[in-house]
Design a protein around this ligand. Structure first.
Ligand code: GCU
Length: 330
């Protein structure tokens, strides 16, 4: 089944155009989709898969152009644009989104999910659906979730124990929850947009950062910060949003196309999870081959990190105790 989905995806991406495009009818609507990852990253590849499906199922009338590599701006700028309808679709990390949607902080607390399967049970169930629906408060339609694995620390100097992080300057996303988590660990945080992290590492403005393995590998951050400490503190999902303006434009071409878009996004989400699984493994191998030093801490050490971060639950999740209880019981 997975193989079939993968092959179908590949075919759609290779075709890259729809049945009616072949008939030269041309699109009725051209929309823009932004992602800050390179074009061959799991999320952007899935965005192109989504775009190809939409084209195919709307007989070429709706064309979505995917702009990767942050071409349309850093995440915060793009978020603004989506809210005002300047950009039609985008994929966001929940870390950044929480600046605009504080209620999503509860979904990104450290060590909230036991593993990936646990997170997907939550996101694919009523809690995930309710959070997607809540995106309308922000003027956008929450289409689907994408996987972005777990985040760990990487540094310019070795880190093997909690003590090694003390006083270090660590880059975080533009997120107060992340800044506070770093403070609880005894380090200093600095909020820097994703596209500027590489130079901040190179110029020693920061001693390290934290992210998932594919991001660490794709960005080349490992060249400047070759020590990866797999504490896996944040499992941080990502969300694909469509602006209200885009929804209106799509409905004006054909009201049934809004549902087509929703369905294509759900399928793209499944496709992305597959790509993500593969990317995590492949990138870890590539990192090892590049001489990156990966530390796999034991449970006793992880417990120390976990305990240090525990206070964040009181600070950021006070009113969400019931949601946390529901998530943990799944
Ligand atoms: C991940 C995520 C990006 C985000 C980045 C960050 O790589 O996919 O969208 O910008 O984390 O740490 O800023």
């Amino acid at each position: 089944m997975r193989r079939l989905m993968f092959l179908t995806g590949l075919l759609l991406l290779l075709m890259g155009c729809s049945r009616s495009m072949a008939k030269n009818e041309g699109p009725v609507l051209i929309l823009r989709y932004a992602d800050n990852q390179p074009m061959d990253y799991p999320t952007t590849t899935s965005a192109r898969y989504f775009a190809a499906m939409v084209s195919d199922r709307t007989e070429g009338k709706i064309q979505i152009r995917v702009f990767g590599g942050g071409e349309l701006g850093e995440e915060l700028e793009v978020l603004d644009q989506v809210a005002y309808g300047g950009i039609d679709f985008s994929r966001f990390s929940l870390g950044t989104l929480s600046m605009f949607q504080p209620q999503t902080k509860v979904l990104q607390l450290p060590y909230l999910y036991r593993d990936s399967a646990h997170m997907w049970r939550v996101l694919d169930g009523p809690i995930g659906e309710a959070f997607l629906a809540s995106m309308q408060r922000y003027g956008a339609v929450g289409l689907c979730w994408f996987d972005a694995g777990v985040r760990s620390f990487y540094t310019t100097e070795p880190v093997g124990r909690l003590e090694d992080l003390q006083g270090k300057v660590i880059r975080v996303q533009e997120s107060e929850l992340m800044s506070e988590t770093i403070r609880l660990l005894g380090a200093r945080s600095v909020q820097i947009p994703y596209g500027s992290v590489y130079s901040a590492l190179q110029t020693h403005k920061i001693d390290g950062a934290e992210n998932n393995i594919p991001s660490y590998q794709f960005t080349g951050h490992y060249e400047a910060a070759p020590y990866l400490f797999l504490d896996e503190h944040f499992r941080l999902p990502e969300v694909v949003l469509m602006s209200f303006a885009a929804k209106g434009k799509i409905a004006s071409v054909d009201p049934s196309y809004v549902e087509v878009i929703m369905q294509c996004a759900k399928e793209a989400s499944l496709y992305e999870r597959e790509l993500w699984r593969k990317a995590e493994q492949e990138c870890e191998e590539k990192l090892k081959a590049s001489g990156c030093i990966i530390t796999y801490p034991d449970q006793a050490e992880i417990s120390r990190w976990r305990n240090a971060m525990r206070g964040i639950y009181d600070q950021f999740a006070g009113e969400d105790a019931e949601t946390i209880r529901q998530i943990q019981s799944q």
